[in-house]
Design a protein around this ligand. Structure first.
Ligand SMILES: [Zn+2]
Length: 309
């Protein structure tokens, strides 16, 4: 009998549950609103979705959860998008309610796992997955397993390259994590808009930037070059740390073909002779990567207990 698994992707407004078979083929999926204020309501909503999945599939499958946030050492969660989860042992509480193993992981790590096993990085031993969206973060997979740990993948909170900051005389922006000078406020989607505002002296967002860039506006061209330099320096440092076989980029920024095309040559400028840039790909899984990665986490659970990444 084939083994099913459920992936659950928790967002700030919606949560999606998807049923997969053991070949990671999607069987069914649906979305409901995420209760964000009351933890009891959140738990009840998840339990209702999982029980619905049980009825539809005729199984009682394992559950993997992807959510934006940090997992603490005591297995509690810090989540800014779903405030009622902060301080709660979400996986353990759901495992007790659902009477089955529950795995939990950061959504960027789930993205990386999904792309490494079933997406653009499939077949590679060492895959770096990176989401450039609202924030900036990813995960590293070695032989189909995520590099374990609570913080491994919080790349967006590494420092902006000093060379890039000095060369372009960039202001030091505060980061949402409480530090200053993290790379995330420069390379996330909102970071791109921030740089465009800096150079154009307008209130333009990333869509305004893209239109202006394609129209040849000088401030938008400068923004492109500086953004690319900051991102390339950052990814080059990750190449030195991890030496991935391939890098898979996801999130809104990765859907700008001009950026993906220009990135390898600029990355090469940040690497010494003999160090080469690995192949770069856009994600294949699209919006489904988080929920598929969560399901893989559930499949990879070996012991009948809770797990996290
Ligand atoms: Zn930060």
């Amino acid at each position: 009998m084939q083994q099913l698994c459920y992936g659950l992707d928790i967002g700030g407004s919606k949560m999606e549950l998807a049923i997969f078979n053991d070949q990671l083929a999607l069987q069914q999926k649906w979305r409901v609103s995420t209760p964000t204020r009351h933890y009891g309501d959140f738990l009840a909503t998840v339990v209702a979705q999982v029980e619905q999945a049980d009825r539809l599939s005729g199984h009682k499958a394992r559950v993997g959860i992807a959510l934006p946030g940090v997992l603490r050492e005591d297995h509690t969660v810090i989540s800014s998008n779903v405030p009622c989860l902060t301080g709660q042992q979400v996986a353990a509480d759901l495992a007790a309610l659902l009477k089955r193993p529950v795995a939990i992981g950061n959504d960027c790590r789930c993205f990386a796992l999904s792309e490494a096993i079933a997406g653009a990085g499939k077949g590679q031993n060492k895959v770096l997955g990176y989401i450039l969206g609202t924030g900036a973060g990813g995960g590293f997979c070695l032989n189909g397993q995520l590099l374990a740990g609570r913080l491994a993948g919080e790349y967006g909170h590494m420092a902006l390259s000093a060379k890039v900051a000095l060369q372009h005389q960039l202001p030091l922006y505060p980061c949402g994590c409480g530090l200053t000078g993290c790379v995330e406020p420069y390379i996330s989607g909102s970071g791109l808009a921030r740089l465009y505002q800096h150079y154009s002296q307008t209130a333009g967002n990333s869509h305004d930037w893209l239109s202006a860039y394609r129209a040849g506006e000088p401030a938008a061209q400068t923004t492109f070059a500086v953004y690319l330099d900051a991102l390339a320096a950052h990814l080059a440092s990750l190449v030195l740390a991890l030496e991935p076989d391939s890098i898979v980029l996801g999130g809104g920024i990765s859907q700008i073909p001009e950026l993906l095309e220009a990135l390898p040559a600029v990355m090469q400028q940040h690497l010494f002779a003999g160090a080469s840039v690995p192949p770069l790909f856009g994600a294949e899984g699209g919006d489904a990567s988080g929920v598929r990665g969560a399901a893989i986490l559930a499949l990879q659970l070996s012991a009948p207990s809770t797990g996290q990444c």
